[in-house]
Design a protein around this ligand. Structure first.
Ligand code: TYD
Ligand code: MG
Length: 433
């Protein structure tokens, strides 16, 4: 057995030192060092999953035929992974405590284990009894799903050697972690990680660099919707999302997010506008709400939830300058209903429509969807994937899309909904108010 020794590793860049230092000589961060026990024989950092010790080869001769992916059986999950699990890959999944990470993986593993693959769920946070109780709540009966409550690395490795599972979950990296697990076993591994207050996965930042895929499981407290988002994926696109709803008996996939996000929309109320945002290849309709009211503060409030604060400030300035809106003494609140985040410029037009609608106390037609980027001169700029957005609006029964006129030309073949192209805010206003 290799001799264990203690080293100090910079949690931000990975620099290693045999002594504790106050400042990292490599990345100049203050106080980044944490003590780590280190076995001399472990694989060096960065060799987590490459697994090859090949000679350099001409790029055109490299074999790219993919090993068969394993489908989890939960469509939304497979989509975010880029079409299923790549054997041997290491996936880090982060999220706030209580958001549903353990539930999601227990459900996914139960589904995968139905294919005959042995899945091992190692928890350092819960006892087997607690996990069993959760499984019962989820209605899971999966003989190939093994549960182990353990925090000692040696013992986990021993079990892995004996059982030879096809899939492994470590819940969570904060309670048990060492790169030795995936690098020694070559197993498809999920690592669950908690997220700190500022939204980063707690623990060494290096972890995110070493794994193949980083997923975030997000949602607003008090809302049942959860969104699974890939922020790094060596085997697929990073802009796909999976939408789930947390129910009494676990997470349920939401295959028609637009419908759900619009379900409780008030009709004929000022300050509400529907926008179409693309999440990866998927158009999602969401309701934007704005409330503009007289401010009694020296500096009026600008509060946004679900949209970028600076973007809203910029759009308010455009409204004041180009459309003569008087907002300097008004508090402005903007919210995306359902606890979703939209951060595409294509939602600009909808934000502006909702703010104006509230400030004029004038209703925006409830059967209209907006999309278009708004420039500083008040011009409406073309956006990508207009056709997918228009089709989604049509599918959900909307009768009109107000969109950039430069996009209309490519969409002549679409008969429904009605396409109203605009190239400036004033043109848009003529249609609206
Ligand atoms: P959990 O998976 O334990 O979260 P995490 O691992 O991210 O910390 O989920 C915890 C929350 O989910 C808990 O507050 C209760 C809720 N929940 C349901 O609403 N329905 C369910 O079927 C389950 C299992 C949990
Ligand atoms: Mg948990």
């Amino acid at each position: 057995m290799a001799k264990a020794k203690t080293i100090f590793a910079c949690q931000s860049c990975g620099f290693q030192s045999s002594k504790w230092l106050g400042k990292c000589p490599d990345c100049n961060q203050w106080n980044p060092f944490a003590e780590e026990r280190f076995e001399k024989a472990t694989t060096p950092r960065g060799e987590l999953s490459l697994g090859t010790k090949d000679e350099p080869a001409p790029i055109h001769e490299i074999d790219t035929t993919e090993e068969g992916r394993v489908l989890c059986g939960i469509g939304e999950f497979d989509r975010v992974l880029g079409g299923g699990l790549v054997p041997g890959s290491v996936i880090l999944i982060g999220g706030d405590p209580g958001i549903g990470k353990s539930t999601l993986l227990l459900q996914a593993f139960a589904a995968v284990s139905q294919t005959g693959l042995t899945c091992l769920y190692v928890s350092g946070e819960e006892s087997p009894r607690q996990i069993k109780m959760r499984a019962e709540r989820l209605g899971i009966a999966a003989p190939n799903l093994l549960v182990l409550s353990e925090t000692s690395l040696e013992r986990i490795l021993d079990h892995i050697k004996k059982i030879k599972p096809g899939l492994l979950v470590i819940d969570s990296v904060q309670t048990i972690f060492s790169t030795a697990i995936p690098s020694k076993t070559g197993l498809t591994t999920f690592l669950i990680g908690h997220v700190t207050k500022d939204g980063a996965i707690a623990g060494p930042r290096l972890l995110e660099h070493m794994v193949d895929t980083v997923l975030y499981f997000e949602g607003e407290r008090g809302h049942s919707f959860r969104i699974l988002r890939a922020v790094k994926n060596r085997f697929g696109s990073t802009n796909e999302i999976g939408v789930f709803e947390m129910k009494e008996a676990g997470l349920k996939e939401v295959t028609n997010p637009s419908e759900i996000f619009l379900m409780e929309r008030p009709l004929a109320v000022p300050g509400s506008a529907v926008v179409c945002s693309m999440e990866g290849t998927r158009p999602i309709l969401v309701e934007l709400q704005a409330l503009v009211s007289r401010s009694f503060l020296a500096v009026p409030r600008r509060t946004t939830i679900g949209v970028d604060h600076n973007r809203v400030a910029l759009l308010v300035a455009v409204l004041e300058k180009k459309m003569g809106a008087k907002l300097f003494d008004q508090d402005i609140f903007v919210n995306v209903a359902g606890g979703v985040h939209v951060d595409e410029p294509a939602v600009d037009l909808g934000i502006i429509a909702a703010i104006s609608s509230s400030s004029r106390d004038d209703v925006v037609d409830a059967k209209t969807v907006f999309f278009g980027e708004v420039g500083l001169a008040g011009e409406i700029r073309g956006i990508s994937q207009a056709e997918a957005r228009v089709k989604e609006a049509g599918k959900l029964g909307f009768e009109r899309c107000i969109l950039p006129s430069s996009n209309v030309a490519q969409l002549k073949h679409i008969k429904h909904p009605n396409l109203a192209g605009v190239s400036s805010l004033s043109e848009c206003w003529k249609l609206l108010f």
